[in-house]
Design a protein around this ligand. Structure first.
Ligand SMILES: N[C@@H](CCC(=O)N[C@@H](CS)C(=O)NCC(=O)O)C(=O)O
Length: 204
């Protein structure tokens, strides 16, 4: 059994989508970020960085418990545990890592910056433009890629699709204009978003 400590942000969604898609039994423990649950001693004991998501796998490698934070670390851990969503072929796996890192270390923080600036009483215009332009460039590149191939890393569904879906899906929930007008991304959103595991994983 796995315990998931998370909230409804793109990072939290990634972890929940993977638990669902890998078919692993888990219990969700909702963390209220606004109330600061993530800075309480019991949470910091699991992740000293004080951020969601965190999983505790009571049945980790060798039967020993594993406590893990970092959404990408969690996704890969769960993919390896279940033997799903990581290509066996080396070139395809490299393409998966490239797509995964763009979704998580480029697009995720860019979206976070856009949200933070949008919530400010007096948004700093140059920063707003910088991050919005960066977001549009990533979206355009994904739209072009997904016009040529079915999934983020090629012809195989991988963790990268779930990572990108969490960030694009979260953008669609909060600022839908960020996701408007990308035909191939729309086709991909329709397919990935229709998966029961993804639907449940996006729900908090
Ligand atoms: N690199 C980390 C980032 C985790 C992260 O930024 N978590 C945010 C929510 S999306 C959080 O817990 N924020 C609350 C805080 O920092 O106090 C990951 O991928 O898991």
């Amino acid at each position: 059994m796995i315990d998931l400590y998370a909230a409804g942000t793109s990072n939290g969604m990634r972890a929940r989508i993977m638990l669902e898609e890998c078919g692993l039994a888990y219990t969700l423990h909702p963390i209220d970020l606004m109330k600061g649950d993530q800075k309480k001693p019991e949470f910091l004991a699991r992740n000293p960085w004080g951020q969601i998501p965190v999983i505790v796998d009571r049945d980790g490698p060798g039967g020993k418990p594993v406590t893990l934070s970092q959404s990408v670390g969690i996704m890969i851990y769960l993919a390896e545990k279940s033997g799903k969503f990581i290509p066996k072929d080396g070139a395809k796996r490299a393409a998966m890592w490239q797509a995964l890192m763009n979704a998580t270390s480029d697009m995720g923080p860019t979206l976070g910056s856009i949200f933070t600036i949008a919530r400010a009483k007096e948004p700093h215009k140059p920063s707003q433009l910088l991050f919005e332009d960066r977001w549009k460039a990533y979206m355009k590149a994904w739209d072009d890629t997904l016009a040529k191939q079915k999934y983020c890393a090629g012809d195989e569904l991988t963790v990268a699709d779930f990572a990108l879906y969490a960030v694009v899906g979260r953008a669609k929930q909060v600022l839908p204009a960020l996701v408007d007008g990308y035909k191939s991304i729309d086709r991909w959103i329709d397919e990935i978003g229709a998966r029961p595991g993804v639907k449940k994983g996006m729900t908090f």
